[in-house]
Design a protein around this ligand. Structure first.
Ligand code: DQA
Length: 145
């Protein structure tokens, strides 16, 4: 059976491509999914990309990943900076976790400089635009090899 990677996206990322394009670009989550499926297909990894505006839904998907996924790529969006619940859920997952931010959060407002999720993440990407997801997939392939 092919290994599955969960790619989880937090609040407002459903508006990717429409929301603040000067920061997040014009590509959509469907474009992100297509790019990640392509990387996965070349390496025998299946991709499931999900997005929710609800913290509890993200926590539930991380719990599902315990049985269903070999690794998690997560852009927690604003929950990055606020959510102990997402961190605790990720701590219950034993596979590799890669945190992705489309923008270079450290160049932005001070409140975006702290990430709860980074305490668990095995790697962190920031400022690569949406290409960061495909790069994270490439690294996931290495981590799972
Ligand atoms: C983000 C950065 C966060 O600070 C912000 O709240 C987001 C998106 C990014 O991908 O750059 O919604 O995670």
């Amino acid at each position: 059976m092919r290994k599955t990677i969960y790619i989880l996206n937090g609040p407002n990322l459903n508006l990717l491509g429409k929301r603040e394009p000067e920061i997040y670009g014009h590509e959509t989550l469907d474009d992100v999914r297509a790019a990640c499926v392509k990387v996965g297909a070349a390496s025998g990894l299946q991709v499931e990309l999900m997005q929710s505006n609800w913290e509890g839904q993200i926590v539930d998907w991380i719990h599902d990943a315990r049985d269903q996924a070999a690794g998690i790529i997560i852009n927690p969006a604003a929950l990055t900076h606020t959510s102990v619940a997402v961190l605790d859920a990720l701590n219950s997952f034993s596979g590799p976790v890669i945190e992705v931010h489309i923008s270079q959060v450290h160049k932005r407002e001070a409140f975006r400089h702290h990430s709860y999720v980074s305490q668990r993440a095995d790697a962190v990407m920031a400022g690569f635009g949406v290409h960061g997801y495909a790069l994270a997939m490439q690294h996931m392939v290495k981590l799972l090899a």
